[in-house]
Design a protein around this ligand. Structure first.
Ligand code: AMP
Length: 141
C-alpha cells in the first residue's frame, strides 16, 4: 500500500520527520505520538502514514492498521496511567470538529468527572510533562 503525501499537511511533515513529535511508536502504515494540546495527561494520537483525510475515503487496510495502533496505545495508557476509562475519538470533516485533515484516532484517557467534551477547546500542554508521559507510555507498549 503506497502512502499519498500532502506537503502542506502537518501530520505528513511529522510522518516524514520534517517536524518533531513526542513519538510513541511507528510501524509500516502508522505512527503514534502525543497530542501537544492534551485534553487529559497521556492524550495520544494514532495516525495513518498516508494522507487520507477521513474515514470514508481511507483504504480499509489503512484504517484497520490505524485502529490497531490506537488499541496498542490504549493498552499502554491503561497499563501505565490507570485512568477510569478512555475514549477513542475520530473526527471527520470540519463540521465534526476535525482540525487536521489527515486521519487520526485520539486515544484519550478519562477520569470520572473530568468534564471533557466531544469537541474540546485546544489548550497547549506542558512540554516537559508530555515528554515524560511519552517515555512512560513507550515503556508500557
Ligand atoms: P482533530 O481536531 O480531531 O483533527 O485533532 C487534531 C489534533 O492534533 C488536536 O488534538 C491537536 O492538538 C493535535 N495536533 C496538532 N498539531 C500537532 C502536533 N504538531 N503534534 C501533536 N499534536 C498535534
Amino acid at each position: 500500500m503506497s502512502h499519498p503525501v500532502d506537503d502542506d499537511c502537518i501530520f505528513c511533515k511529522i510522518v516524514a520527520g520534517k517536524i518533531p513529535c513526542f513519538k510513541l511508536l511507528e510501524d509500516e502504515h502508522t505512527i503514534a505520538f502525543m497530542d501537544i494540546n492534551p485534553v487529559n495527561p497521556g492524550h495520544a494520537l494514532a495516525v495513518t502514514k498516508g494522507h487520507w483525510p477521513t474515514a470514508d475515503v481511507i483504504p480499509t487496510e489503512a484504517l484497520a492498521a490505524t485502529a490497531a495502533t490506537a488499541q496498542r496505545v490504549a493498552k499502554a495508557i491503561v497499563r501505565e496511567l490507570k485512568p477510569d476509562g478512555f475514549n477513542l475519538v475520530q473526527n471527520n470533516g470540519p463540521g465534526a470538529g476535525q482540525s487536521v485533515p489527515h486521519l487520526h484516532i485520539h486515544v484519550l484517557p478519562r477520569h470520572k468527572g473530568d468534564g471533557a467534551t466531544l469537541n474540546w477547546t485546544y489548550k497547549p500542554g506542558n512540554k516537559d510533562e508530555i515528554a515524560a508521559l511519552c517515555e512512560r507510555l513507550k515503556k508500557a507498549l
